[in-house]
Design a binder for this molecule. Structure first.
Ligand SMILES: *[C@@H]1O[C@H](CO)[C@@H](O)[C@H](O)[C@H]1NC(C)=O
Length: 174
């Protein structure tokens, strides 16, 4: 089983799964959100403690573009570096799923046929690379370490983003 799941992951292209962490909306709809694109299995997608403010700021987590052949466990966490499991659901043959039993600090997933790595299933952490505002515009936050996340975390809209971040705006919707 272990080999089969890993093989399927390779065939489908490990680059396929996107995870969205949503502020304010517990049904994965039109929220300000941050996204980990092409998240690898057993990796925690989370933002820094400074950017989490009250600890577990995300109300829902959406798993998107999951290859239909994948059988995975979608995991929502609370605490630093995905320390504690908050919500878990199995996905078998569905393209997307919304975890809505927050609040969350981050998310990850693992193949159902494999044993989880570590106590809660994460071997490492990554930061999201894309910030999306509920009114549409998206920003590349790969190399940013400051106020842009705060604008979104406080419920701002894209019009509230300081001009200095114009260069980080992504023109095509991803
Ligand atoms: C975001 O920026 C990084 C480097 O600053 C770049 O490597 C990456 O391709 C960009 N991603 C998108 C989606 O524009």
């Amino acid at each position: 089983m272990r080999i089969a799941a890993t093989f399927l992951a390779l065939v489908a292209g490990v680059a396929a799964l996107d995870v969205w962490l949503n502020w304010f909306d517990n049904k994965c709809r039109d929220a300000n959100s941050v996204r980990c694109k092409s998240l690898a299995p057993n990796v925690c997608c989370t933002v820094s403690r400074a950017h989490r403010r009250r600890g577990n700021p995300f109300s829902s987590i959406e798993f998107r573009d999951v290859p239909r052949a994948w059988k995975i466990e979608a995991r929502g966490y609370r605490g630093d570096d995905c320390r504690m499991r908050q919500d878990t659901r199995a996905m078998r043959g569905s393209l997307k799923l919304c975890l809505d039993h927050g609040a969350f600090s981050g998310a990850g997933y693992g193949f159902l046929a494999e044993r989880a790595v570590g106590a809660e299933g994460c071997s490492s952490s990554v930061r999201p690379s894309i910030l999306s505002f509920s009114d549409g515009p998206q920003y590349n936050i790969t190399d940013l370490d400051d106020d842009l996340l705060d604008v979104a975390a406080l419920g701002g809209r894209s019009m509230d983003v300081p001009q200095k971040f114009d260069a980080n705006r992504i023109d095509e919707a991803l």
